[in-house]
Design a protein around this ligand. Structure first.
Ligand code: NAG
Ligand code: NAG
Ligand code: NAG
Ligand code: NAG
Ligand code: NAG
Length: 784
């Protein structure tokens, strides 16, 4: 959510209603034009109740359900008190409950993704879900499941999502929705869809440093790219039963995402069979009739285009009342299906804590500042440690037999205030950038989660060092005025730990791939003065170029810790002293130069038309697939990460093994040229992994697949499986990768269905996308 320039976007309205859009490859039959109407899917009982109660409602009451306003929560939709239906309370976001206290600030999604750990991802989600429930929040505005996916390293919001790899992102999206909804919470997968950059702005900065003259970008994407790359994560959230999906700020083929008949009706509601409701991102609604017919079911927040305007449109007949009924059915079905009608706590927080009253906008609430953290700090610390990627190690880590440590950089320190840039951490990131001071644990904007405390790296290092009788010197100001004292401290330190960071905020894409505040200079300065070796800790929300300093002689170790949340320092100490053996792998590629990525994969100019257009010309080849396709050697490839032990792989094989899909909550209607369900498994790949080193540790084995040669549009390889196992010294285990029909399928644009190509598939297994020595060729001869 955000207001500074989103407000100006409200003024833009579409010229052509999207349901008349000429780009629709599959035209709807006329009776379909105002649908598709849900039948609840597997929530048929809940749907039946929703349908029955809708019949008792007046027009005004139905409209009330479709329109949310601000307060007491970040947004509250209307209810029907007469029929015992309370409105819903909506709140961000993906890394923990925002706008409230006594909650946990979790490692962000892209950080947790580095764990490649399914159980960990699901348990993280379960615990976040319980915190939301504890505050009485009905709908979490999260997780971020592929909008952005991470097409460009410059996108300022990639840290809110899992990974640019669609397999990693979709498996984690599924588990996150499943885990979060276990507590009865309704999730809202977002931002649907093709939201891969922020708007282009060409106005002057306003008094607050905010941007003006902004226009949303149109993402113009070929059908195949949409189906194979950007849609799969959303398909998984539908299968996992997400109750809501948020339409995004961008346009799609020139039509606002929140009124895109193609994206919402044709693809999400018909093809994926989504039975829940589509709600708008804050300020992303631009019309009444086009949005209602295009497939948007609820406006958030404020009554701009729904509310009274929707009521008038229904009375005039420009929106059929059957479509309004469908909106109500879609909103109430997941509410009944998750038993929120009978078994859910009352709202127990207030966004801005401004009013003493017990009712705002007709919503009764308490504001007791209850503690919903349980023992989540311990688990958050585990997630952060399991997600810290060791990129380089001369052997200096884990730390042992040392007596003097020097710590450098503001990123080791406490943030100057817990909410340094206001409660939303909305530090303006313009040319006169107001930097974040202190350690970076999360990004800014709607993905920010609130922390009750930050276990700063300096705190954790001091405590640990004291137990071991180690002296700690520190210089935590990192401007060049302090370079003198830094040099002096470094000169006396056996190990110099340098902290650098990159703070990202919603609304700003990156201008470069470097660290904040010339972190490169800080590293080089400490390196040149350090008596011993240097350990570099990077807290960043995306790729950074490390070429300036990575090969300097005293750079002993590098840890990429992402945005680890409140337990940052504790998790780091667990890794640095070897209490946790690092096992995380990069969920994205770190290149050597900005030239390694397509030069134009973020649009920065208005262009010639009335809005900026982004053609996703690289198609399926984003992140490592682009590097593979162009034979570019990255600095650290997708899937790379070191350990304190070593592993050997052996006995790779693939067998045919059929298995019915068991985990689906809602079936999709995706068409498939084959027998049975697209999500059934057909093969199982197996590999043995042995811990051949001197300490126990976990390994993440990765399976990559190359399509038969006939598939000329496919990049060289795709991640199609991963598995993590903890191994004692000398222990061998078998890691299994079930392969579903969809994992082997391509989208046939002509036939408009998924199909498994015939020919030879090549599978490779190993410890990163560039280290996959074991190979298996699998010939697929007939349709499955
Ligand atoms: C709309 O919803 C609010 C909040 O539940 C409620 O106070 C109000 O009475 C509702 N309006 C109607 C017409 O039911
Ligand atoms: C956008 O247009 C392209 C090119 O015509 C088409 O392949 C694609 O399916 C369209 N996308 C949507 C969501 O309709
Ligand atoms: C960070 O510190 C600098 C220098 O003291 C100051 O100018 C800036 O406003 C601070 N930024 C924040 C976000 O507190
Ligand atoms: C990954 O496997 C390769 C063999 O393919 C081995 O040489 C390398 O040391 C391993 N790397 C890690 C990080 O375990
Ligand atoms: C893999 O390891 C298991 C023991 O964990 C062993 O039984 C099996 O034979 C091994 N498979 C291969 C192909 O080496």
């Amino acid at each position: 959510m955000w207001s500074i320039f989103r407000n100006s976007l409200l003024l833009l309205s579409p010229l052509i209603p999207s349901y008349l859009s000429p780009s629709t490859p599959q035209q709807f039959k006329p009776e379909r034009q105002h649908g598709p109407y849900t039948d609840g899917g597997s929530w048929s009982e809940a749907y039946g109740r929703a349908k029955d109660i809708t019949k008792k409602m007046t027009l005004e009451e139905k409209v009330n359900l479709t329109t949310a306003v601000i307060g007491p929560c970040q947004a509250n939709s209307g209810g029907v008190p007469r029929l015992g239906i309370s409105g819903l309370c909506f709140n961000d976001g993906p890394s923990g409950p925002r706008y409230t206290d006594f909650v946990t600030q979790w490692p962000s999604e892209f950080t947790a993704a580095a764990s490649f750990d399914r159980d960990l991802i699901e348990e993280r989600a379960r615990r976040i879900g319980r915190e939301f429930r504890g505050k009485g929040i009905n709908v979490e505005l999260g997780p971020v499941t592929g909008g952005p996916l991470g097409r460009s390293p410059y996108a300022g919001r990639n840290w809110e999502a899992f990974s640019p790899d669609p397999y990693l992102s979709s498996t984690m999206s599924f588990l996150t929705v499943k885990g979060m909804q276990e507590s009865g919470l309704i999730t809202c997968a977002k931002h649907y869809i093709l939201y891969e950059q922020e708007p282009v702005c060409d106005g002057p900065l306003d008094d607050e440093g905010g941007r003006t003259g902004c226009k949303d970008v149109s993402s113009d994407v070929y059908d195949k790219t949409m189906k194979e790359l950007y849609l799969p994560s959303f398909a998984e959230t539908v299968r996992a039963g997400t109750g809501a999906i948020m339409c995004s700020y961008n346009k799609i083929n020139g039509t606002a995402a929140c009124e895109s008949n193609d994206a919402l009706n044709r693809i999400l509601k018909i093809e994926l069979g989504f039975s829940g409701f589509v709600l708008s991102d804050f300020g992303a609604t631009h019309s009444t009739v086009s949005s209602a017919l295009g497939g948007m079911d609820m406006e958030l927040p404020g009554e701009h285009y729904y509310g009274k305007r929707l009521e008038r449109a229904v009375k005039k007949g420009s929106v059929p009342e059957s479509r309004l009924d469908d909106m109500v059915h879609r909103i109430l079905t997941p509410w009944y299906a998750s038993n929120q009608d009978t078994d859910y706590p009352q709202i127990n927080y207030q966004k801005y804590d401004l009013s003493d009253s017990k009712t705002v906008n007709g919503h009764r609430f308490k504001n007791e500042h209850i503690n919903v953290k349980a023992d989540n700090a311990i688990y958050a610390r585990k997630v952060a440690a399991e997600s810290t990627v060791l990129l380089k190690n001369s052997g200096i880590l884990p730390l042992k037999d040392i007596r003097r440590i020097g710590v450098f950089g503001t990123d080791a320190d406490y943030p100057s205030t817990l909410s340094g840039c206001g409660p939303d951490l909305f530090c303006m990131v313009n040319s006169k950038r107001r930097y974040w001071n202190g350690t970076v644990t999360i990004g800014g904007g709607s993905g920010a989660a609130y922390a009750d405390y930050i276990a700063a790296p300096i705190e954790a290092i001091n405590m640990k060092a004291r137990q071991h009788g180690i002296r700690v010197d520190h210089v935590l100001h990192d401007d060049s005025a302090h370079f003198g004292s830094m040099g002096w401290v470094a000169y006396q330190s056996e190990v110099c730990i340098v902290f650098v960071s990159l703070f990202l905020v919603e609304g700003w894409d990156r201008e470069h791939l470097r660290l904040d505040k010339n972190g490169e200079d800080l590293i080089k300065h400490v390196e040149s003065n350090c008596a011993g070796e240097v350990v570099v800790v990077i807290h960043a929300g995306g790729q950074v170029i490390v070429e300036d300093w990575i090969d300097l002689p005293k750079i002993g170790a590098v840890l990429f810790a992402g945005y680890p949340g409140q337990e940052t320092g504790n998790a780091l100490v667990d890794i640095m002293w070897g209490d946790v053996n690092p096992s995380a792998k990069l969920p994205f590629t770190m290149g050597k130069s900005h030239k390694d990525w397509p030069t134009d994969n973020i649009v920065r100019h208005m262009g010639k038309g009335s809005y900026p257009v982004s053609k996703f010309a690289e198609g399926l080849a984003i992140d490592y697939k682009w590097f593979d396709e162009h034979n570019t050697t990255p600095r650290y490839e997708f899937g790379f990460g070191l350990s304190y032990t070593s592993f050997e792989y052996s006995g790779f094989e693939i067998e045919e093994e059929w298995g019915k899909v068991k985990d689906t909550i809602q079936k999709t209607n995706e068409r498939f040229e084959g027998r049975n369900d697209l999500y059934d498994t057909i093969y199982i790949a197996k590999v043995n992994v042995t811990n051949t080193g001197k300490v126990p540790g976990a390994e993440i084995a990765q399976l990559y697949m190359t399509f038969p040669k006939s598939e000329v549009e496919q990049p060289p390889k795709h991640l199609k499986g991963y598995g993590k196992k903890y191994l004692e010294v000398g222990q061998t285990t078998t890691i299994k990768f079930p392969l579903r029909k969809k994992d082997l399928s391509v989208w046939d644009v002509k036939k408009q269905l998924w199909t498994i190509p015939q020919g030879i598939f090549i599978f490779r297994v190993g410890n990163s996308s560039r280290s996959i020595p074991l190979k298996f060729e699998l010939e697929v001869k007939s349709l499955h």
